[in-house]
Design a protein around this ligand. Structure first.
Ligand SMILES: [Mg+2]
Length: 258
C-alpha cells in the first residue's frame, strides 16, 4: 500500500476562522452606517487596505485590527481616536480568545487518513495565534510535523518538501484557499485538493484550474477518506503497470541478445 504525504491547511479547512473576522467587519459596517456612512464600496476599500497591510505586516488578528483602524480613519477622513481603537480591539477579542470549532467530520477523517498516510500541517499567520488554535483543536498529535509560516508560496512548499524529504509525486496539499493552498502547491508540482468553505476570505479567492490528475475539488472534508483510498488503488495499478512494462522490456532485450 503506497503511503502518501498529505499536507493540510488549518484555518477554514480544519476549523472555523474567517466567519469570526466577517462578524467583526459587519459590526464595523453597521456602526459606520449608523453614523450616516453608506456601505456601498466599503468592502472594496477595506480589502485594498488589508491587501497592503498583509503584504507589509503579514497575517493575523493584530494586522486585521490595524487594517480596521486604517479603514475607519480612511472612511471618516480622520485618525482613529483611543476610544475607537479600544472599540475595535473589543470587537476582535473573540478572534483572539474564542473557542475552536472544528468543521464537521474533521477529527474522524484525519484519524482514518493517519492510519494509511503521513499527515502534515502547514498554516500561515501569527505564530502565537496559530499555536493557540492548534493547541485548542486537540489535533496536533495526528500530524508528523506542524509548521507556521509567514505566507504560502511555491518556494515555501519547495522548502517543505526538501526539509521532510518528501517525494512531490506522492504529496498533496489540502485546503480551502485557491490562492494559498491550490495554486502555489500546483506550481511546486504537488497534488492539490480544494475543500471550499463558503466563508473563505475574499483575499484568498482566485481562479483554479480544471480538475486533473493532480487537482480536484471535494464538497466535504470527509470525502478525503474515499479520495485517498482511490488514490492508493490507482497508484498500485500504476506500479503494477510499470513493473509489467519493465518485465516486457527485459524480455525483449533478452530476446534481442539470443
Ligand atoms: Mg485556510
Amino acid at each position: 500500500m503506497t503511503s502518501l504525504n498529505l499536507m493540510f491547511d488549518a484555518d477554514d479547512t480544519l476549523w472555523e476562522n474567517n466567519v469570526f473576522f466577517e462578524e467583526v467587519i459587519e459590526s464595523v459596517f453597521v456602526e459606520l452606517e449608523r453614523t450616516g456612512i453608506h456601505r456601498g464600496g466599503l468592502r472594496e476599500r477595506l480589502d485594498a487596505i488589508e491587501r497592503e497591510n498583509c503584504r507589509v505586516y503579514g497575517y493575523g488578528c493584530a494586522v486585521f485590527q490595524r487594517s480596521l483602524e486604517d479603514f475607519v480613519a480612511d472612511v471618516r477622513q480622520a485618525p482613529c481616536g483611543a476610544e475607537e481603537s479600544a472599540w475595535i480591539a473589543r470587537l476582535c477579542r473573540p478572534i483572539r480568545d474564542g473557542a475552536i470549532e472544528l468543521l464537521p467530520g474533521v477529527r474522524a477523517t484525519l484519524e482514518a487518513l493517519a492510519a494509511r498516510h503521513r499527515l502534515f500541517l502547514l498554516t500561515k499567520g501569527a505564530v502565537d495565534e496559530q499555536e493557540r488554535k492548534i493547541g485548542s483543536s486537540g489535533l496536533a498529535d495526528l500530524f508528523e510535523a506542524i509548521e507556521i509560516v509567514v505566507d504560502k508560496t511555491a518556494d515555501v512548499y519547495e522548502a517543505f518538501l526538501i526539509r521532510y524529504d518528501l517525494d512531490r509525486r506522492h504529496t498533496w496539499m489540502i485546503g480551502n484557499s485557491p490562492r494559498s493552498d491550490v495554486l502555489p502547491a500546483l506550481a511546486a508540482e504537488l497534488g492539490s485538493v480544494l475543500v471550499p468553505h463558503p466563508a473563505t476570505w475574499s483575499l484568498e479567492q482566485d481562479t483554479v484550474p480544471p480538475v486533473s490528475a493532480r487537482f480536484t475539488v471535494v464538497e466535504r472534508f470527509t470525502e478525503l477518506v474515499a479520495l485517498f483510498g482511490e488514490q492508493i488503488a490507482e497508484e498500485i495499478v500504476e506500479e503494477i503497470a510499470e513493473e509489467i512494462a519493465e518485465e516486457i522490456a527485459e524480455e525483449i532485450a533478452a530476446e534481442g541478445m539470443t
